[in-house]
Write a protein that binds this ligand. Structure first.
Ligand code: ADP
Length: 260
């Protein structure tokens, strides 16, 4: 949403080319290609089982495709050439460090406070000074509307609040890209709005985001680019108003009719 002319001439911030992934006999990704510019939001839509989560997990090397390239900022991994063993794991870890992932369910540490949950990654994994991490965590908590809950434990929060802590925790790692895997699908309906509002707010800032969601209205508001997947391939892509508002492909139309 904050794309500028300067960004338009720069190389894409996320570069995905020719991703192919199988689980056993099941060919799950069949040549996924797309690019995202810095500061933009890309939404993946599609029926259950179409491969959306596998695309997200490939972006941060939680799943390793057999073929294809993922580049984020200045790190690029060609999966077909990923060395075996330790060198390959190091490359995968380098790609993983580029992104922060927000899962369906937040997986917060139950015996640590909200603040401790958020500073864990920066202090332990990134070895940043604790004072600096605490200050940054407090700013992030303000941003997700939980400035007064730093010392609460996860069980004292609603599901929506827990998920907002999960978002703050992902952002605390200062990733180049934030990946959201159906961030509201595990929530009671009345808690969905507060989480979507936080993500919409991030979209107005400089964050680069890739979001898997079934919330079509939200997708329309937040997406700079929508990719519609079916059976492991992108069958339609474009601005939200086109793909959601005026889809060209039958498969997109049928999907939207079912879901709206
Ligand atoms: P979506 O996110 O669009 O629902 P997924 O990427 O989760 O789709 O899954 C795509 C297909 O890959 C599905 O058929 C799913 O069952 C299969 N799949 C995903 N992960 C695994 C796995 N770890 N092992 C075996 N099959 C998997």
């Amino acid at each position: 949403m904050t794309d500028t002319t300067e960004h338009n001439t720069a190389p894409a911030w996320i570069r995905v080319r020719g991703l192919e992934k199988s689980f056993g006999e099941r060919h799950v990704l069949r040549g996924i290609d797309f690019e995202s510019r810095r500061g933009t939001s890309t939404v993946l839509l599609g029926p259950s089982g179409s491969g959306k989560t596998t695309v997200l997990r490939s972006l941060n090397a939680l799943d390793i495709p057999e073929r294809g390239v993922v580049g984020i900022a200045d790190v690029e991994v060609d999966f077909a050439r990923l060395p075996r063993g330790r060198a390959g794991r190091r490359e995968a870890t380098g790609l993983r460090a580029q992104s922060g992932m927000v899962f369906q369910s937040h997986n917060l540490f139950p015996h640590r406070t909200v603040l401790e949950n958020i500073i864990e990654g920066p202090v332990v994994a990134q070895q940043r000074p604790r004072d600096e991490a605490v200050a940054a965590a407090r700013t992030l908590l303000e941003q997700v509307g939980l400035g007064d809950r730093a010392d609460a434990y996860p069980f004292q929060l609603s599901g929506g609040q827990q998920q907002r802590v999960g978002i703050a925790r992902a952002l605390a790692l200062k990733p180049q890209v934030v990946l959201f895997d159906e961030p509201t699908s595990a929530l009671d309906p009345e808690l969905v709005g507060e989480v979507l509002a936080v993500i919409k707010d991030l979209a107005t800032q400089d964050w680069t985001m890739v979001i898997v969601t079934h919330e079509i209205r939200f997708a329309q508001q937040v997406a700079d680019q929508v990719l519609f997947l079916d059976d492991g391939a992108i069958v339609e892509r474009g601005p939200a108003d086109q793909v959601i508002g005026d889809p060209r492909e039958d498969r997109t139309r049928r999907f939207l009719k079912r879901i709206l």
